[in-house]
Ligand binder design. Structure first.
Ligand code: C2E
Ligand code: MG
Ligand code: MG
Length: 595
């Protein structure tokens, strides 16, 4: 448990106390003890540790106790009375008079057995009173009960009883911490307000009971959406969390920290809208709901709780006016960007049907023999208005929209067909490299579509290499090894693209059925001028050789780079030095000069 604030402690599945899971969570409670005798602090700490409580905060000087409470935000305080600097009564009354800590459970632990002391402590608001020497089991029992009671209170104060979600009060607190963190660590933060459209009609026509059931069902959906790792599409290291709350009758809110791109907000909103749109089944009634979402961004739209909530809310109202089942940013600039994004999506969806994609082929040359060994196919989008769009501008969007799957299938078919024609015209050793997105592994039976491309084009699988990136090799390693092996069984090979830019451990390389490494262009930019880069490239080359892997250098632009690579036995070269990616017609011409 973090010491940040109390309600966090108890947000365990929103189930009230007395189950094992919650009990074990209580063991993480931060217990502070203020006592001027170090030996007492040590004894109690050891005792609590034996009972499983490990988060103990000893405070020897009572003059520091209030500051420590504010700093560490404990869940429970054990307080001695008779102390030299500030008396325990004074500490207790200061705590009780503060708005933030007036509900902090305080157990008095004192050598005094006088009923007068006991009464006074209770009058000042002590939660419980124990006399020293304290009986270990008695203390543990009291602590447990006090924490349980606090859980219950917090549950009532901070959670919505219908949905079990955090309520507005807790939401405001969490948003406050989120904003602080966002400012301190320069992590972006967004607030989404989600309003259910026409909810009143449900209540009026089907009754309150049904209305409540709808709210519960939607709350459950939103919670599981947030828990799902796919909530924010592509995984970005900085993306932290989404926190959901019910902040009004039919309003929910989500704090998204670590997210600032229009892309991410767009995706999240789409997922929420989709999820709300699924019919809710109650007593055999199918109820169809939609939502309107408003988004405010910290710091652009405000740097405090009030303005972020207010702006998200007015964006939501505006969104509803635009027609339900919609989302809007508070800032007009972001709305304009998001419109662009939506336009791009709808264009991208049509691009395949409109035959707007084209493949270019970039030669790979053996610098020793000056022979063409193969080519990488690279996707281009010929947009009717913009012209040629490079893949960097649309691959990620296509991945996020799930369009990469049909696009990837088209790429495979088209490239295998073209290569098969080149092979038949006499270039039988040509190796075609095709980039495969991790999404293609996850969402389709990639093996099937590779097999189908091979079959329909008549290409020998030995002429096909699939390029994957290191990010593919992370995650469920065993699963991916099996997947790759299944595909390798078809007779094709795998190449690891952009090698060196990811985080994969070298031991992975041995485990995965990979035949080739492509040294990323970024390592070659300063070769041979910068010594460190030379060393890295040399190290990659020798490692690839010792693992028995083929090696390609990509992005080679100069004769100096080429010389360096040849000197160090990296002979297969792809880069502008030999050729830019070429259209199918131009590549066919290129073939004759390098065959
Ligand atoms: P990549 O697979 O690493 O492809 C190499 C990129 O480096 C290509 O950019 C290529 O044009 C560029 N390049 C090659 N030699 C040089 C050079 O000497 N100098 C410079 N400055 N650049 C060079 P491109 O075509 O823009 O593709 C970018 C990325 O888009 C590719 O990187 C690949 O990750 C992705 N991509 C391209 N086509 C597909 C596809 O069909 N499917 C998928 N999933 N991704 C693709
Ligand atoms: Mg590639
Ligand atoms: Mg690459």
């Amino acid at each position: 448990m973090k010491t940040e604030n109390k309600p966090e402690l108890f947000a365990v599945d929103n189930v009230l106390i007395h189950d094992d899971m919650q009990y074990s969570q209580l063991k993480n409670a931060a217990i502070m003890m203020v006592d001027d005798e170090p030996i007492m602090l040590e004894i109690i700490q050891a005792l609590l540790q034996d009972a499983g409580y490990s988060n103990f905060i000893p405070v020897e000087r009572s003059s520091q106790s209030i500051r420590m409470v504010m700093q560490t935000n404990p869940d429970l305080l054990l307080l001695d009375l008779d102390m030299p600097e500030i008396h325990g009564y004074e500490v207790l009354s200061t705590i009780r008079s503060s708005t933030d800590y007036q509900h902090l459970p305080v157990i008095i632990l004192t050598a005094s057995t006088s009923p007068g002391d006991k009464l006074k402590a209770l009058e000042l608001g002590a939660t419980d009173f124990l006399s020293k020497p304290v009986d270990a089991s008695e203390l543990v029992l009291r602590i447990r009960n006090t924490l349980f009671a606090k859980t219950y209170q917090d549950q009532l104060a901070y959670y919505d009883s219908l949905t079990g979600l955090p309520n507005m009060k807790l939401f405001v607190e969490r948003l406050g911490w989120g904003i602080e963190l966002s400012k301190r660590e320069r992590v972006p933060l967004m607030v989404l307000e989600i309003g259910l459209d026409k909810f009143r009609q449900v209540n009026e026509t089907l009754g309150m009971y049904t209305g409540d059931e709808v709210l519960k069902a939607i709350a459950e959906r939103l919670s599981s959406l947030i828990r799902s790792c796919d909530f924010i599409g592509h995984t970005d290291e900085t993306i932290k969390t989404g926190e959901l709350a019910r902040i009004g009758d039919h309003e929910f809110s989500i704090i998204l920290s670590g997210v600032n791109s229009i892309e991410a907000a767009y995706l999240v909103s789409q997922r929420i809208l989709n999820s709300v749109r699924q019919p809710v089944l109650i007593d055999e009634h199918e109820i169809f709901m939609t939502a309107s979402i408003g988004i405010s961004v910290c710091p652009t739209d405000g740097e405090d709780v009030e303005s972020l909530i207010k702006h998200a809310s007015s964006a939501k109202d505006f969104s509803r006016k635009q027609g339900s089942n919609n989302y809007q940013f508070f800032s007009s600039e972001m709305n304009a960007q998001s419109k662009e994004r939506i336009k791009m999506e709808s264009n991208l969806r049509k691009a395949l049907d409109n035959n707007e994609f084209e493949l270019h082929y970039q030669p790979k040359i053996n610098s020793e023999t000056h022979k063409l060994v193969g080519m990488e196919c690279l996707l281009r989008w010929n947009h009717p208005e913009i012209g040629s769009v490079p893949p960097a501008a649309f691959i990620t969007a296509a991945e996020e929209l799930g369009l990469i799957v049909p696009i990837g299938e088209w790429v495979l078919q088209e490239a295998c067909q073209a290569t098969s024609e080149w092979v038949e015209s006499g270039y039988e050793n040509l190796k075609l490299s095709v980039n495969v997105s991790p999404k293609q592994f996850n969402e389709i039976n990639l093996r099937k579509s590779i097999a189908s491309a091979i079959r329909s084009s008549g290409l020998d699988p030995r002429n096909l290499v699939l390029e994957i990136t290191e990010s593919m090799l992370m995650g469920d390693v065993e699963h991916y090894i099996t997947l790759l092996q299944h595909i390798v069984d078809l007779g094709v090979e795998f190449s690891l693209d952009d090698f060196g830019t990811g985080y994969s451990s070298l031991s992975y390389l041995k485990k995965f059925p990979i035949h080739e490494l492509k040294i990323d262009r970024s390592f070659l930019t300063n070769v041979p001028e910068i010594n460190e880069d030379n060393s890295i490239v040399k190290a990659i080359i020798s490692m690839a050789h010792s693992l028995g892997l083929n090696l390609i250098a990509e992005g080679v632009e100069s004769a100096e780079q080429l010389d360096f690579l040849r000197q160090h036995n990296c002979n297969v070269i792809q880069g502008f030095y030999y050729s830019k990616p070429l259209s199918k017609v131009d590549f066919t011409e290129f073939l004759t000069s390098y065959a």
